[in-house]
Design a protein around this ligand. Structure first.
Ligand SMILES: Cc1cc2nc3c(=O)[nH]c(=O)nc-3n(C[C@H](O)[C@H](O)[C@H](O)COP(=O)(O)OP(=O)(O)OC[C@H]3O[C@@H](n4cnc5c(N)ncnc54)[C@H](O)[C@@H]3O)c2cc1C
Length: 440
């Protein structure tokens, strides 16, 4: 490296760790400061869908053995994406070949991974780089351009580049771009996990255990259902990747990453739950599960069973928030990635993929700057220009998907169903519309 500079990353989540892996591997001096004390602190136990953007970023940023560990520990979500009514009538089936390509190269494919396992892969081999228990509070910039980070434990760290990868409630963003807001959409989702064993699998129709499905009821709400299947011989590897982590003992159901399950999420505008916000936010898993059970009364018995037989401890409430896109700002040696700048609703399953894409692009530009191939600020500026473009595009499409999923417009919903049925009988049209499913 011809130019030496130190990179401090605040936040050891999906994007921050991926960036750290790439920089560390290239010999750039990098430190990650993560507030969690355990490697799985504050992680949700549900699956994450990794699309081709995310897979390519992981392939490029991770050392070969960690990419292999990622591939080996992925589950499967089945081979087709379905749209069904609340009575489980088929509206449309989008085959895997349309979205992953026939050749199924893992680098350009879709994957289903446990969030916990992904985190285990991303934090492996970062001894001396990843600092846990470091809650970032604020930064100060000195005249020489260096940045000092202040942590809640009274310690400080100094770096030449600060990357805020501290998630949706980013404190780095709060100080650096205070005008960049994140707002409540008013939509609430309740999610749970139905464990799959030979016995429980038999109780569900094939469609629910062989691929993800969007359940489209008449209007006002929506439900997403996706299996996460691990091979029978899927076992923790020698370094623990793929095995249960420390939190498993605290919450064996939600944080188990060694078993197969079907994840479901029911979403609607807050008023449909008929509880005020304070009441809803204090409900335990059992209360939330019963509430969804009442709201899906009249739906197909298998969907009702999926909810009723999910362990209460796997059920949680997800308030749906979104960033408000902002115009590009003046480039400095402080930048942001992932949810810290473009947090989006989870309705398209692309937030983590976009954070990984950020990490790949920023790593490549910082490594080029360290090699002397480009100026540091030019590299950061180029990253921000591209990231603002695709990142906020993802925010907008994710918001649109959320609004459509809970839309109370019956006529609009009927038209959508009619369109799905039409795609189903005209394969070239289906191919045109769905070949990018889950990518953008
Ligand atoms: C239910 C649900 C399902 C989802 N499914 C998908 C999916 O299938 N596919 C997909 O692509 N995306 C999905 N997403 C979105 C995805 O989870 C996020 O977009 C992604 O985790 C963002 O990564 P990140 O690195 O930016 O932030 P995070 O992964 O949130 O990491 C931020 C890190 O910063 C740390 N931190 C925060 N504050 C501080 C501080 N002050 N000091 C130090 N550390 C701090 C946090 O502890 C955390 O580890 C889903 C989201 C939800 C809610």
């Amino acid at each position: 490296m011809s130019k030496r500079f130190r990179v401090a990353i605040v936040g050891g989540g999906t994007g921050g760790l991926c960036l750290a892996q790439a920089l560390h591997r290239a010999g750039v001096e990098v430190s990650v400061y993560e507030r969690g004390r355990l490697r799985t602190d504050r992680l949700q136990g549900y699956r994450v869908h990794i699309n081709p953007h995310g897979a390519q970023a992981l392939h490029e940023c991770l050392p070969a053995e960690l990419w292999q560990a990622f591939e080996a520990t992925c589950g499967t979500s089945g081979n087709s994406f379905g749209f069904v009514t609340e009575q489980l009538q088929d509206l449309l089936l989008v085959e895997d070949e349309l979205t992953s390509g026939a050749e199924r190269d893992p680098v350009t494919a879709h994957h289903s991974v446990s969030r916990i396992t992904l985190h285990q892969v991303l934090s492996a081999g970062l001894d001396g780089v990843l600092h846990l228990g470091k809650e970032f509070e604020r930064y100060e910039r000195a005249d020489d351009g260096s940045v000092t980070l202040y942590f809640a434990d009274g310690t400080t760290a100094t770096a030449d580049v600060l990357v805020g990868a501290d998630g949706a409630n980013s404190r780095v963003r709060g100080q650096y771009l205070p005008h960049a807001e994140r707002i409540d959409t008013g939509i609430r989702a309740i999610a749970g996990k139905y464990p799959l064993t030979e016995e429980t699998r038999r109780r569900l129709p094939t469609r629910l255990v062989t691929g993800p499905n969007n359940v489209i009821p008449p209007a006002g709400c929506g439900m997403f259902v996706a299996p996460h299947e691990l091979d029978a011989d899927h076992a923790p590897t020698a370094d623990g990747i793929g095995g249960n982590d420390e939190t498993a003992t605290e919450d064996a159901v939600l944080f188990d990453n060694t078993g197969s399950y079907v994840m479901w999420a029911y979403a609607a505008n807050g008023d449909r739950f008929r509880h005020d916000e304070a009441e809803l936010s204090t409900m335990d898993g059992e209360g939330l599960r019963d509430l969804v059970g009442r709201l899906v009364n009249g739906w197909h018995p298998s969907l009702r069973r999926l909810i009723a037989e999910s362990p209460a401890r796997s059920v949680s409430l997800l308030p749906i928030r979104t960033s408000v896109p902002v115009p590009q700002w003046e480039t400095t040696t402080i930048t942001l990635l992932g949810d810290a700048i473009h947090s989006m609703t989870p309705f398209r399953g692309i937030g983590a993929n976009t954070a990984l894409r950020d990490a790949q692009l920023l790593a490549s530009n910082l490594i080029a700057a360290a090699r002397g191939d480009t100026d540091l600020l030019t590299g950061i500026r180029d990253y921000e220009t591209q990231m603002i473009d695709y990142g906020f595009a993802a925010v907008r499409t994710s918001l649109r998907s959320a609004e459509q999923a809970v839309s109370a417009n019956r006529a609009g919903r009927s038209a959508f169903k009619a369109a799905l049925r039409l795609f189903s009988v005209i394969p070239p049209l289906k191919r045109k519309v769905f070949s990018e499913l889950g990518n953008k």
